[in-house]
Write a protein that binds this ligand. Structure first.
Ligand code: ADQ
Length: 449
């Protein structure tokens, strides 16, 4: 939830979340110190090892995550995961009830807590509740496969506002509602629509999340980052740098991206020894066997490709499996001539926006997957769209960009940065909250392209 920290810092509030550790961990001192510095309070919810297994790794990350990202064959529809999910949602609702007043606005984030408003209502509490889904919402032919589809869609309808990353996600949600909740009536057009149910009406809207543009741009211009970026370029002998940055997740399309890099060197030998691909992967959900297998697959591919093409003084792929401090990450963004952001499916993808913000020299090229939510915004303003499954097409696009003239690169990046600068994280929060509180459906700011 890196996107939300600057917002809370700016506005204050109370963040209720899983402590990230099993029950019993002593976090009290840590939290007090954190709140003093951060300007907002944190309240931990503790989960037992068993709850973490069933609710987090199980229901959230072995059912909802793969299904909503269109990887049905990776789903593990274990019935016991469902009970764990409900129990933990109830636990969160109880903590929320204890730590909030009637007048507070409750803003729930992501697929782990889709039942929260339902639980609060069952407890007899009438709180104004909004929900934002950070991942895609699937179309009916996928969503209807979910054994608990009716309960989940009806639980989502207990929120007063349901927000999605793209219009496509919002449309999918509306279509699933129409398929499963016959009494629901839709009205309105544009970014926000109203869904009327028997006793109440809710809103559903599209709010593409973003980043704190100014903070990324300022850090990218700091002497420390400028120096670190130069050191990276020097270490890679001033060859063109293509960068990939992702959480290690099968939705991010890292193996396909590596295949595209292999294609690049096979089909376009003129780029051998001229470009270096840097892939930075942050460890994620390592307890799930699929994630462990993915890491092995990636490491094997990197080994194969490097084995095939490495020459004295040139290693084609530099692979790092670690969490980078923010400054170092921004130095890589700044140093990179191209960013290859090619998820197979992604709610938004903040790496694409962070790269643009950090590209203060306005000379970089952004390749973006058609299947990232960010494509809906950024294809209109200079990103080069690629189909991540089309490894030859991706290689061809990279080859073309290598020889693209400086003016075109510059004009694309200027437009991209302009768009991310305007539609930043603060714009996102304002548009969500305005949709939550405005009287009329069209009383809120539209995105500016
Ligand atoms: P994620 O799937 O985590 O988020 P993304 O939007 O790309 O995906 O955000 C990843 C974040 O992790 C970025 O802020 C990036 O800087 C950071 N990061 C990645 N690799 C890193 C590394 N090696 N070291 C340090 N930091 C690293 C979910 C959805 C997305 C949606 C976001 C926000 O899956 O689609 O964009 O939420 O809504």
């Amino acid at each position: 939830m890196t996107a939300l920290a600057p917002v809370l810092m700016n506005r204050g509030g109370l963040w209720i979340g899983w402590a990230g550790a099993a029950a019993g961990a002593d976090l009290k001192g840590l939290l007090t110190a954190f709140s003093k510095d951060a300007g907002y309070d944190l309240h931990p919810v503790f989960l037992s090892e068993e709850e973490i297994k069933g609710y987090y790794f199980g229901f959230s990350n072995e059912i909802i995550w793969p299904l909503f990202h269109d990887f049905q064959s990776r789903c593990n529809f274990m019935p016991q995961y469902w009970n764990a999910y409900l129990n933990v949602n109830l636990k969160f609702a109880e903590v929320t009830a204890r730590h909030s007043r009637d007048s507070d606005y409750i803003w729930v984030h992501d697929y782990h807590l889709m039942h929260l408003a339902f639980m609060l209502r069952n407890m007899g509490l009438e709180r104004n509740c909004g929900f934002f889904l950070h991942i895609p919402f699937p179309p009916p032919d996928i969503f209807l496969k979910l054994p608990w589809r009716d309960k989940i869609i009806r639980a989502l309808l207990e929120f007063d506002l349901v927000g999605f990353q793209t219009m496509r996600d919002r449309r999918n949600f509306v279509e699933c509602t129409e398929a499963l909740v016959p009494e629901a009536k839709l009205s309105g057009r544009g970014n926000i629509v109203a869904i009327s149910l028997k006793r109440r009406s809710i809103r559903a809207g599209c709010f593409p999340i973003s980043i704190d543009f100014n903070s990324f741009a300022a850090l990218a211009s700091s002497p420390e980052v400028v120096k670190a970026a130069e050191e990276i370029q020097e270490a890679l002998r001033y060859r063109k740098i293509i960068l990939g940055v992702d959480r290690m997740d099968y939705s991010k399309g890292i193996p396909q991206r590596l295949q595209a890099i292999r294609q690049l060197f096979v089909k376009y030998p003129d780029l051998q020894e001229k470009v270096t691909f840097v892939q930075i992967a942050v460890p994620s959900r390592e307890e799930i066997p699929e994630y462990f297998a993915l890491k092995n697959e990636i490491e094997q591919l990197v080994g194969e490709i490097n084995g095939q093409f490495t020459r004295p003084g040139w290693i084609p792929i530099h692979y790092q499996y670690r969490n980078l401090p923010r400054r170092e990450l921004i130095a890589y963004y700044r140093a990179a001539d191209m960013a290859l952001v090619t998820p197979l499916r992604d709610g938004m993808n903040l790496v694409a926006k962070e790269y643009c913000a950090a590209n203060v020299t306005e000379s970089g090229v952004l390749f973006l997957s058609e299947f990232a939510g960010a494509a809906a915004q950024l294809q209109k303003v200079g990103a080069i769209l690629v189909n991540p499954y089309d490894t030859e097409g991706t290689a061809k696009a990279i080859h073309r960009a290598f020889y693209m003239d400086t003016r075109e690169r510059h004009s694309r990046m200027v437009k991209l940065r302009d768009s991310v600068r305007r539609n930043n994280i603060y714009w996102w929060v304002d548009s969500f909250l305005q949709a939550a509180f405005s009287r009329h459906l069209d009383d809120f700011p539209q995105e500016t392209v």
